[in-house]
Write a protein that binds this ligand. Structure first.
Ligand code: R5P
Length: 312
């Protein structure tokens, strides 16, 4: 009898411990910037956290006006806003400023698409290191930062505050399960890690192609002895901008005899109307909610949640 009682108490304690770990609830409010509305809503759902009411508008001269209508006092705040296009960078700074007017606990700035991430070094003498310039200003009014598939994760080293990068690739991999993908490929060595992450979720092989950039719209992709004949291939990349990389990679794989090509990226930038070119020339293209487009079929919110639980 005594043993039974003890084991009941022990079961209850286990259950309590399990629930504490599983349901670690973090009280927080999410402030969604106008560049990141959908992902803020998705994050609010997965975190079970409320969205603060924000009144933002543009004056006739395009200057930004910000007013946070919800009382943020005493809360942990998660601000979600892209640094793209340029006007949204200013909106991010104004949101941080308005948030810091309240006596809050901590401000974590989530930047789903970190604009200027591709200018992370001086390619020519006299150039700005644009990614670093943004880092230095973003951290002034933030306690921690989260990015999603940052083009170069070494950019995080410039932050003097805790900074984490999460990848949308496990979520993309889960989405791709329905297409019975045989192999995941990245268009260049730089994105090989993304292919590996996606393939891990899909439990399939992965590889990368050899890309040479000719100019901002043209790339050359060398044929590689990847066994793709008759296979369903997924090509993954962090960014699709002009679409030049992904279309060339897809054509190369088709020439090598693959059965179908599905393209997935984290950030569907789609410059200069690339979206229509991509939809017309690819079997399927998907992206995440870091940038809101008609191909945004996957959310990075679950991955951001994991990083937030570590930081708050
Ligand atoms: C480059 O290193 C990136 O990972 C992307 O492959 C690149 O930004 C894609 O650009 P585009 O679509 O213009 O070829």
């Amino acid at each position: 009898m005594i043993n039974d009682d003890n084991s009941t108490i022990s079961n209850w304690l286990d259950l309590l411990l399990y629930s504490t770990i599983r349901c670690r609830c973090v009280d927080m409010l999410i402030v969604g910037g106008s560049a990141s509305k959908t992902i803020s809503q998705n994050l609010s759902k997965v975190m079970n956290a409320n969205l603060a009411e924000v009144n933002s508008k543009r004056f006739p001269d395009d200057e930004c006006y910000i007013r946070i209508m919800t009382d943020l006092t005493g809360e942990d705040i998660v601000l979600v806003q892209n640094t793209y296009p340029d006007l949204n960078i200013i909106e991010l700074f104004l949101l941080q400023d308005a948030i810091k007017e309240y006596d809050i606990k901590k401000l974590v700035t989530v930047i789903p698409y970190f604009g200027y991430g591709r200018q992370d070094k001086k390619f020519n003498e006299g150039e700005s290191i644009s990614a670093r310039a943004l880092v230095k200003r973003i951290q002034v009014q933030s306690d921690a930062v989260i990015t999603v598939d940052l083009h170069e994760t070494s950019i995080l080293d410039w932050f003097d505050i805790p900074a984490r990068n999460v990848s949308a690739m496990p979520e993309i991999g889960r989405y791709l399960r329905q297409f019975n993908i045989d192999i995941v490929v990245s268009p260049d060595k730089g994105a090989a890690e993304l292919a590996e992450l996606t393939a891990k979720t899909l439990e399939c092989p992965w590889d990368y192609l050899d890309k040479t950039r000719i100019d901002s719209e043209t790339v050359k992709i060398a044929p590689k002895s990847i066994p793709v004949e008759g296979k369903r291939v997924a090509i993954v990349d962090d960014i699709i901008a002009t679409g030049g990389t992904i279309i060339t990679a897809s054509n190369q794989l088709k020439e090598q005899g693959c059965d179908s090509v599905i393209v997935a990226c984290t950030h569907g930038l789609y410059t200069g109307g690339a979206i229509n070119k991509l939809i017309n020339s690819l079997d399927k293209v998907i992206s995440t909610d870091s940038l809101e487009t008609k191909t945004s079929e996957v959310s990075s919110a679950p991955e951001i949640k994991s990083a937030l639980l570590e930081l708050l």
